[in-house]
Design a protein around this ligand. Sequence first.
Ligand code: F6P
Length: 550
Amino acid sequence: MPVTHFTATPAHAALTEHLTVARRWKMRDLFAEDPARAQAFSLEAAGLFLDYSKNRINRDTLDLLAALARECQVEMRRDAMFAGETINETEGRAALHTALRAPRGQNLRLGGQDVNAEVHAVLDRLHDFSNRVRSGAWLGYKEEPITDIVNIGIGGSDLGPKMACQALRAYVHPRIKPHFVSNVDGHDLAALLPTLNPATTLFIIASKTFTTAETMMNAQTARAWFLDQHPYVDDLKKHFVAVSTNAEAVQSFGIDPENMFPFWDWVGGRYSLWSAIGLPVMLAIGFERFSHLLAGAHELDRHFQTAPLERNMPVLLGLIGIWNRNYFNEAAISIAPYHQDLKFFPAYLQQLEMESNGKHVSLDGKPVAAPTCPIVWGDVGTNGQHAYFQLLHQGTDIVPVDFITALRPSHDLPGHHAALLANCFAQSEALMLGKSADEVKRELAKEGKSAAAIDALLPHKIFEGNRPSNTILLDELSPASLGALIALYEHKTFVQGVIWGVNSFDQWGVELGKVLAKQIQAELNGANTSNQHDSSTQSLIARARAALTT
Ligand code: F6P
């Protein structure tokens, strides 16, 4: 498929022209002039409500952005993705995570493969397995039911299930405690192992490739720890299962093929929560609820496929991001979930967006025409307010924010939820409105400050305002709404990748560090140092070798 460089499109020229006007807008004036602005710039889909009115946009901006999407063939590429075409060109694969949440009976073939039938066959096995573990029918080597599950994986084989287990912790089985170990840093696993009872622990070794160094090292250590507690190798099969596309490597690790749950190379790691990689979530909340997560995502998929671009939630979220990134030149976005249970959501989105679109070359191998993925960062509100929100309000960089919250809590502590929501809404209002010099002066005068004190304080107390944000409301944080929320960001990421002309489904940028680490690891373990390193790296290695051998 030919790549359209978005900076060469007529819509880009028109947007550049439009920007000269948009730069002069003050959002507080736009709101004052149009009492229906919030209604005009908000929409509902798949149980999610998106308010995007606090952006530096008007109707013309959105029409031009939609034209940009059309000229970059977002619709054609979207349809190609859903149809299983080889859109991940550098790896020669489809990107069919949407097929993982399609209901049984959908017709989709890939090569000779009946995708829907295979997906549901694995889901059926997972259903049965998770039921057995949850009901207590699956017994450990001392004939006791499982109480702890430990997912060993990293990146997409960790962040999705970890985020979802935390997000849905209100639904977790009272007997089953999920744990996640990802880091090759032994402090991660070493802190967990002494808290576990080997007789009631189930390890899930989750790795698409089953070659990832961190996961393999943690898996070997966990296996050795388990065998240290009990001599029978055969008992491993009651305590170790694998999720992977690499059956051979799973078998040579010593995991019973019966205990392996497969997925497919057309599922990208960061898009794999919907596959067997979601096993910890199934074990924690039950298969039934996991199927609601899939259904929520599927509903958002249908919306993405069918809604006109101008009323299409992931398209709008993506296009507003493009407007901020490529026209206003904002280099970062902040994700602020006002829900403690979404505390891992910013980290999840970091991988989703930055590993997908952190690219400097477009699909045709040529340098991209404009900056691509912004830096994605954030933390839960209200904690972030007392840490980095100062910069959001008065820093020299403008950082657009996505506020995400749920109207109904899953706890019953009185007063807390209104306080949380009040803070969430107040922050987006403050970022947009700001506080003018006149307002500050009036306020200080009212406090009885002298003219000299007012002059001294004035510049520090002014808020420029006009800082953009989106607000996403869920009715409550449920499996279905979480599924829709994740799918919303997946498709936003896709739309932006299409506009930037990059392949959102490869990740060659992680390879170089992996290769160098292998070489340095051998050197730290005593191999001759090659002297091929720069002097900084060479001296760091020397210091570490000295420390490791004393
Ligand atoms: O190093 C990056 C990466 O390849 C991610 O894309 C992936 O999610 C992660 O490593 C883990 O890979 P695997 O599931 O193959 O262990």
